[in-house]
Ligand binder design. Structure first.
Ligand code: DAH
Length: 327
């Protein structure tokens, strides 16, 4: 008994809390029910009274020492994995919010403006066939009018094209529905052209109204309403006679701003006119009963004017420093 006490005493003496790496093993060896110290307590009851008096305090001291070591090691272990202190008053990490592309902003605004006066949305494919893009719109085959639009052909037979304008949606709408028709069709269009004011891909918003007793006056009223809603007051507007195969008469509309010299700087923003009777006929609508007006607005031009963007190519370069300025 004395020997056992002595060897446990020595072992515990040599141990320090941070030398105990396996707490569970230590507990099993010195504290648990099967531990060395518990064994001493078990044999204790067989001792005579004198021996008990001699050995008792020693065994108790061992028990206490083992418990202290265990507690200290446990505490040291816990503080090692404790979560480091955090300063909750520090500002949070900033989150970057996305913003709409300036073209999307303008397109959405236009849709709201026209929705307000009863236009609904129409759509057509960006890869269009020659008939919808040209023929049905009264572009004669092999006629130089087709050269007005520098077309990207998709196949070698030149039957399918990247649509050069949204006017093909007029044809699709007239074929698929009956008058009264009152639609807008915003979307991407393509032409083989590139400089500061022309991009090979750009955006238009087509408008078409077909009904009984529709006149050029209705067209002008609608376009005046749109320009004032979009640009506000303080802009001049003018119509210039023009030519498009699918309208008769045809016009272009310019928007003008007074410059420092007292003159007006004009910029063309749309083409328009009364739908040519031949187009109505191509689309199964009787021109004796119905008339129509149509317009095609350049969305990129509007965005450039509205936001003061000097070069159309900025709209297509995806430079986040540019795009982040609009919201
Ligand atoms: N499609 C023409 C273009 O891209 C624009 C245009 C002119 C559209 C007159 C129309 C219109 O609807 O009536 O140049």
């Amino acid at each position: 008994m004395q020997d056992k006490i002595k060897s446990i005493e020595d072992a515990l003496q040599k141990l320090s809390p941070d030398a105990i790496t396996d707490l569970e093993a230590f507990k099993r060896q010195y504290i648990g029910k099967q531990s060395l110290i518990q064994d001493l307590f078990k044999s204790f009851k067989d001792l005579d009274a004198d021996a008990k008096r001699l050995v008792g305090p020693k065994v108790n001291a061992l028990k206490q020492r083992a418990q202290e070591l265990y507690d200290a090691a446990l505490e040291a272990g816990q503080s090692a994995v404790e979560v480091p202190w955090k300063d909750a008053s520090l500002p949070g990490r900033a989150m970057d919010f996305g913003s709409l592309h300036p073209l999307s902003l303008v397109e959405r605004e236009l849709m709201e403006i026209f929705d307000f006066v009863g236009f609904t949305l129409a759509k057509g494919p960006e890869i269009e066939d020659d008939w919808h893009n040209f023929t049905a719109l009264n572009f004669p085959a092999n006629h130089p009018a087709r050269d007005m639009q520098d077309t990207f052909f998709v196949d070698s037979k030149e039957e399918r094209v990247l649509r050069t304008h949204t006017s093909g949606v007029q044809v699709r709408t007239m074929l698929n529905s009956k008058p009264p028709i009152r639609v807008i069709a915003p979307g991407r269009v393509y032409r083989c052209d590139s400089d500061a004011t022309h991009s090979p891909v750009f955006h238009q918003l087509e408008g078409l109204v077909v009904d009984k007793r529709v006149s050029f006056k209705d067209l002008k009223e609608t376009l005046f309403y749109f320009t004032e809603a979009f640009f506000g007051k303080g802009f001049e507007v003018r119509f210039r006679p023009s030519y498009f195969p699918f309208t008769e008469p045809s016009a272009e509309m310019d928007i003008g701003k007074r410059n420092a010299q007292g003159g007006i700087d004009w910029m063309e923003i749309l083409g328009c006119g009364m739908v040519d009777p031949a187009v109505l006929e191509n689309c199964g609508i009787d021109p004796k009963e119905y008339q129509g007006y149509a317009f095609g607005i350049g969305i990129d031009r509007l965005a450039m004017l509205k936001f003061g963007i000097p070069d159309i190519r900025l709209l297509y370069e995806n430079d986040i420093r540019f795009l982040g300025q609009f919201s």
